[in-house]
Design a protein around this ligand. Structure first.
Ligand code: SIN
Length: 333
C-alpha cells in the first residue's frame, strides 16, 4: 500500500458506534467539500456516530464528503433551499453570501497560535458573528479549526519576490485575494474540488492550504515545493437551515447540538495532529520539497501583506476590525 493510502486507511479507522436497530425517523444530510480523513471529515464522522448512538438510530446523519453533492459554489444555496441540512464551509466562504465580516479570519499573520483563534471564536466576537447568520436564514452551531495555511508552487515561496507573477488558487475571499496581490501574485478563485486539476493542468501555478488538505487532495503529485509559511488561518463554521432547525423537537435539537459541540471539540483536538501526520507522510513520500522560512523571510512576507488590513477594512467593517484588535490585545473574545 502507498504511504498515502495507508495513512488514509488508518485515519478513517475510528471505532464504530453501537447503533440501535430503529429505522431513522429523521435523516440529516451533511455536505462538505474535503476528504473524509481531514479534521472536517473526521468531525462529521464523529458527529454522525454520536447522533446515531444517542438517538438509538432514530436520527441518522448522512455525510457527503469531497463535494459529492455540492461544491463551494452551491453548498450555501443548497442549504438555504433545504436541499441539505448542514454544511461546514471555511470562514473565508461566508463573504459570498453577504457576510464579509467573516473574512477577518483571513487577514494574514493575524494569529500567533490556535489558542488565540479559539478565544475569539468561543468569545463574544465569535458568537456575534454567528448571530449574523440569521439574516440569511441560517443558524451557526459553532466553529472548529483546521489550522494554519502553507504556500505551495513548483518553486519555493520564501520571500515576496518568489510570488511575483504566479497565478495562485484561492478561496472566494477578497481578503485572501488582496493578500496574494500584495505579494505580487495573481489570485484565481476556484472551488476547492477543482484545485488539483487546475494545478495539474497549469491553469494555476500554486495555492495555499493547511497540510492535511494538501496531502488528502494529493496536491503533492502536482506541486514540487511546499513552503511552511503559516501565514494565515483556516477554520470553519457549522451551519444549518433555520427552517429545518426549528422544525425539530426541542429535545432532538438539544441532542444534535450536544453531539455537534462534542464533534467540534474532537476536531479541535485532532486538527494539529492531522496536519503534523500529513506533513510527516509528505516527508516520507519525498515527492515534494519542504521549506522552512527563516525569521527574516517571515518578517519580509509579513511586512508586504501588512497593508491588507487597512485596504480591506471597509469590506470587513471597521467596527469588526476594532473589536478584533481589542480582543487580541486583551487576550479575550
Ligand atoms: C476546506 O477546507 O473546506 C476547503 C478549503 C479551500 O477551499 O481551500
Amino acid at each position: 500500500m502507498s504511504t498515502r493510502r495507508a495513512w488514509l486507511a488508518s485515519a478513517a479507522a475510528l471505532p464504530l458506534a453501537a447503533v440501535g436497530q430503529n429505522k431513522p425517523a429523521i435523516t440529516l444530510r451533511f455536505s462538505h467539500v474535503v476528504a473524509e480523513e481531514t479534521p472536517k471529515g473526521l468531525a462529521a464522522k464523529r458527529f454522525k456516530e454520536l447522533v446515531a448512538q444517542r438517538s438509538g438510530g432514530r436520527i441518522s446523519v448522512q455525510v457527503f464528503p469531497n463535494a459529492q453533492l455540492y461544491g463551494d459554489h452551491d453548498e450555501m444555496q443548497a442549504l438555504q433551499l433545504g436541499a441539505v441540512d448542514m454544511v461546514a464551509p471555511s470562514l473565508s466562504k461566508f463573504g459570498r453570501i453577504g457576510l464579509p465580516e467573516f473574512e477577518l479570519f483571513d487577514l494574514p499573520f493575524l494569529f500567533d497560535d490556535l489558542a488565540s483563534v479559539r478565544r475569539l471564536t468561543q468569545g463574544r466576537l465569535g458568537q456575534k458573528l454567528l448571530q449574523g447568520l440569521s439574516h440569511q436564514g441560517l443558524v451557526g452551531l459553532g466553529y472548529f479549526d483546521n489550522g494554519f495555511k502553507q504556500m505551495s508552487a513548483n518553486r519555493p515561496l520564501l520571500e515576496p519576490k518568489d510570488f511575483i507573477g504566479l497565478r495562485m488558487r484561492i478561496q472566494a475571499s477578497r481578503v485572501i485575494a488582496a493578500q496574494m496581490r500584495a505579494l505580487g501574485a495573481h489570485p484565481v478563485t476556484l472551488a476547492f474540488s477543482e484545485t488539483h486539476r487546475a494545478l495539474a493542468s497549469g491553469v494555476v501555478d500554486g495555492t495555499e492550504n493547511p497540510v492535511s488538505n494538501f496531502w488528502t487532495q494529493a496536491m503533492h503529485e502536482v506541486q514540487s515545493d511546499l513552503s511552511l509559511t503559516n501565514h494565515g488561518y483556516l477554520g470553519y463554521a457549522v451551519v444549518t437551515n433555520q427552517r429545518f432547525w426549528h422544525s425539530l423537537r426541542v429535545a432532538d435539537r438539544e441532542l444534535i447540538n450536544q453531539a455537534m459541540q462534542e464533534a467540534l471539540a474532537f476536531a479541535n483536538q485532532i486538527a494539529d495532529a492531522q496536519n503534523d501526520n500529513a506533513l510527516q507522510a509528505l516527508r516520507q513520500t519525498g515527492s515534494t520539497r519542504i521549506h522552512e522560512l527563516s525569521a527574516d523571510q517571515r518578517v519580509q512576507l509579513r511586512r508586504v501583506v501588512q497593508p491588507v488590513q487597512q485596504q480591506l477594512a471597509h469590506r470587513i467593517g471597521k467596527a469588526w476590525i476594532n473589536a478584533l484588535q481589542a480582543a487580541l490585545l486583551q487576550g479575550v473574545g
